[in-house]
Design a protein around this ligand. Sequence first.
Ligand SMILES: Nc1ncnc2c1ncn2[C@@H]1O[C@H](COP(=O)(O)OP(=O)(O)OP(=O)(O)O)[C@@H](O)[C@H]1O
Length: 584
Amino acid sequence: MARRPLPRILSNGGAQLARSRELARTAADSATDVLQPLITIARGLRRLAAAGRRRWTETPRDRRGALLFLVASVVLVVALVPYGPLLAVIVLMAAAAWQGRERTPAAPEGTDDTRTRRLQSLYEALVPYFSIAEDPDPLYAHGGGWEKAFPAHEFDEDGRVAHLVIRYPAYFTDGEAESRARIEHLLTAKSGRGREYRFTWDEEANHLSVDVLAALPTDIAAQRFVTAPGETVLGFTDPTRVQRTLPLTHGVEQRDVPPVVWRTGIRSTEPHLLVLGQPGTGTSTLLRSVALQALHHGDLLIVDGGGTGEYACLVGRDGVLAVECGLTGALTSLEWAAAETERRLIAVNRARQQGLAAPDDTRRPLWVFLDRPTAFTHLADTGGRRDPQTLLQVPLRHGRAANVTVVVADQLDALDSLTDAVRQHTRARVVLGPATADELANALGAPPHTTPLDQVPPGRGYARLGTGPVHRLQVPATPDPYDDATSEAHRQAVLDLLPPRTTPADGEQAPLPPEAEAEAEAEANAVSMEKQGAPVRVVASEPEATAAEPEPDPVTAEKATAGAPAEPAPAETVPADAVAAETS
Ligand SMILES: Nc1ncnc2c1ncn2[C@@H]1O[C@H](COP(=O)(O)OP(=O)(O)OP(=O)(O)O)[C@@H](O)[C@H]1O
């Protein structure tokens, strides 16, 4: 059977079709190019009209008459001036062209749908909280539109809410902490967990702004901060709440970062600091960071109840009076600190009564660092000895006038085991690591304005100075340089900040070569403490239990005044009488 030829359109029609399609596309492109200004102006007019409508709905009813009158007056003036209508049309077209310009590349349609669905779901979730049955014109109603309730919104690249402004009815109890907390909790859950949100309640305008906060930088290493004497950098925070920035070096790069600066000394309103946190969240690191800054202008006394040797790098350094890990050493040095505070106070008062300036030997700041004091509390209790915390009463109460600053760090759940004096006088507070909103409010005295996270890097937390705002905080990386896990750059940064070693007070030890020095430091358990011409030496020689290890550990306190032979201290009593006598 003869084959019939295919219709022409099917045999060579493919090429023709493709050509026609190409022609049509080119024509459409050209038309779009020619009509582009018109399209832009039309889009701008639409946007202007939408903005006008929004403005009208946002204007309270009682002010709408005035607004209408204003608009009518403008129209009348424009109509009456020569060329007014023509000029008005030109201005309107120019404004529409400006408004209608392409601002961002059009997002794929699917993404828009997802965003709309997210906003609608947020809106629906808020309905039970922001509506009451008696409201005749509810802003929030099931099946209602979110457009009126959310006047502004932005999304991040992942399509999650990055910024949202929420309008709420005036009858919502935004003055009550529980009502706010409920809304904040809901929005955190619905907008995506694992991010930190800041909630700003504008009670006057009945607006709530939700902002996702960027993570704080975790790569800032310990360094010499540009601060005045009496200022200590606790860490770094968001730029929104702090006016000042600090220039920092980060490798070869320089950058300005907003710090949380704590002021100590006579004019300070928060003269003592309490740091709390779960184990491993960086409380000792913060104390080390503060100690390295304090060493520039003052003398340090460190009592470490953790007993993990985290302050070994400071042993024997210029300005470090003692680093104690044992109970006896802690009691001895804290007795001395109390007596020294009294001595300074008496000297300052005497000078004032005589109309003189404070004596020089009361001016150099003295810092007392106490890491995990509650570990000693338990130990002292079982051994029938005094709790070292009780010796902080005088430095805490009178430290400000005597230039004595106390820094205490402990675990978050040990807050109730701290003495009243510690809790009352440490008005500068830091909480590091994960903590619930209640724990934060309890420790800081006020809840943060951001949502706490479950997972945070070490050194991340919140700080509050007195009755000031709660700041997010990231402590600069100040690791123990003897820790093997420390990166070389961070180790070197800390080593560079350490002051030189002091020659031992009694001259018994020959200076070590640099390579042997690091080894000796790690093993050092003897510290010399020389003050006011009466050297006090704390030497390891007699068995004693440390807080961290209840096992007996060889440590005893022995004191030697200049020119007098050293007397071994009785184990049960604290031999501070020599120093105390000096104060009288
Ligand atoms: N600000 C920080 N930046 C970087 N790393 C940090 C920071 N703070 C702490 N770290 C790291 O976290 C770990 C624990 O720190 P640190 O010993 O200071 O915690 P801690 O709260 O004192 O814990 P513990 O009470 O168990 O000793 C260390 O490896 C330390 O280097």
